[in-house]
Every structure is written in structure tokens, then in C-alpha cells.
Design a protein around this ligand. Sequence first.
Ligand SMILES: [Zn+2]
Length: 327
Amino acid sequence: MSELMHVGVDLGGTTTKMALIDESGKMIDKWAIATNTIDNGSHIASDIGASIVRKLGQLQIDRSEISGIGMGAPGFIDMATGFVYKAVNIGWENYPLKDELEKLTGMPAIIENDANLAALGEMWLGAGQGARNIVCITLGTGVGGGIICDGEILHGVSGMAGEIGHITVLPKNGAPCNCGKSGCLETVSSATGIRRLALEALDYNDSDSILRDIFEDKGDISAEDVFDCAEKKDPLSLVVAEKAAYYLGYTLGAISMVVNPEKIIIGGGVSHAGNTLLLPLTKYFKKFSLPRAFESCTIDVARLGNDAGVIGGAWLAKTKIGRIRTV
Ligand SMILES: [Zn+2]
């Protein structure tokens, strides 16, 4: 029997990325379509299904050559049923994504949370290659997390395992979070959180700072500005970067005491800060972990960028559906 190919889909709020990947991980084709969120996202599944069917037609690939579709979606997902309980940015509530996708394409599908999917992608072909115990953390607008134990995503009883961004790091006086709580990691270590910390620092500190110059020039600052200025040794920016790294290091130290990872992979826009983030982060991770756990773990930057999700999706199709189909 010839080797199967796998479809990976990564649904985002504005764009949906898709890829066709072979058994060895080679990208045969990748493409993207706009995510149509009107009418509570009711066109999304049919748009994706039609796009996959069209692409296979163009490439003259028969459905029998495909294991299935591995798809990531934002929000809370029931892995067993492929049901999306709630995906605010998409407009879905209690949406039977797996069933819809299977009906539309005639291929089996498997649904996973998007952050978990990215973690699987990094494990297969990215910074986590060769490791089977991985913590992936994405620092973007929010903080996403995916935990892999012995090669499998950790879901927990209701799919909430790995929601690292909503670990409380400031039990008192924390800023409000999108989840409804306050003081979550996301409020201090996401790009949004770092920007907020920097604006606060500029507000109660009137010292000279090149970050302040940028703020006065542009009327705003970004997390990227903070790390750029920190790299130039701007004192105020260094304090903010250190603070973001402190809470992240604290969280990762605690997580390492629970799952003892071999790799911690940092992705998302904030990871572009490189050593300006990684050096203080490693310092605090060491401080809050036990020596044996610290020494057996390396912190690395994600390598697959925007492709991590579709690659993780193909991995899911390959490992979770492929097996069933080839029997
Ligand atoms: Zn939260």
C-alpha cells in the first residue's frame, strides 16, 4: 500500500491556513483562505471543505490517498466528539465541527485546540524534534499553551490542561484578563500585557527613556518596542522586560515541577525578542525550578512560525487517523 498524505488545517480569526503534507513531513502544498466570520461563522466549515476538495482536484489526488484532516480551532473543544463549545472570535457556540467537516469532504477529521496543534507541529518537525516531553508557550496577543507528555497532548478531563495563560501569577491587584479573572499570566507576559506594563511604567516614572521617546513620537508603544529598547539597555524597558520574564519564569518553574519537560518552546511574536527575553527567563526558570528539572530542560524558540499549526494538524491525521485507515 502506498503511503498516505495528510491534510492540516489551522483556523484563525482572520485567515485559515491549510497544508497537504506527506508521511515524512514534506510539505506538498500549502495555501490559505480568508476566515468568513459573518453569520456566526456558519460559512467557515463549508469554505474549508470546498477549498480542500478543490485543492485535491487541482493536484489530481484521490481521497483514498489521504488519511484525513487534522484541524486546529481556537476555543474550547471536546476532543472525543470534535465539538467546539465556544470560540468567541469565530462566532461558534456548540458547533459540531468534526461532523460538518467529515460530511463536507467525505474524509475523517480530528479537531484539536490550536495551541495544542502548534505544540504537536513543533514536536514533529520544529524545535521539539526528538523530544517527547514538551511545554509550548505562545506569547502573542494572548498566551497560549500546549503540553505534551510522552508524545501525547495533555488534555485533562475537560480539555483545560495546558491553559498556561490563565494561571494566576498575581493573586492580588492583578489586571483584568479576557477570561474574566484577573492577574493571569496573560495579563503580564503576552504582547498585550507587556505593552500595558510599559505604559504603566511610563506613567509613574518620569525618567528619561528611549521608550518614552518612541511613545511621544508614535503616541503608542508595542511589546516589540520594549524589547528593542531593552536590547539597547534602556533602564525602564529592561525593568519591564525583566518583569514579564519573571512571571513567565515563575510559571514555567511551577509547570516543570508538574510535568518535568525536556524542552520548553517559546513561540509567538514576543519570542522574536530572542536573548533579551530568554536570558532573564532562564534565570527565573532556574530560580523557581528544582536543579534536576532545570538541568534536564532546555528553553528554545519555536522554529515553524505560522506553519506549526498545519504541520501539527497533519501529524494528528497521520498518527490518529492514518493508523485506523491503513488497517
Ligand atoms: Zn485569564
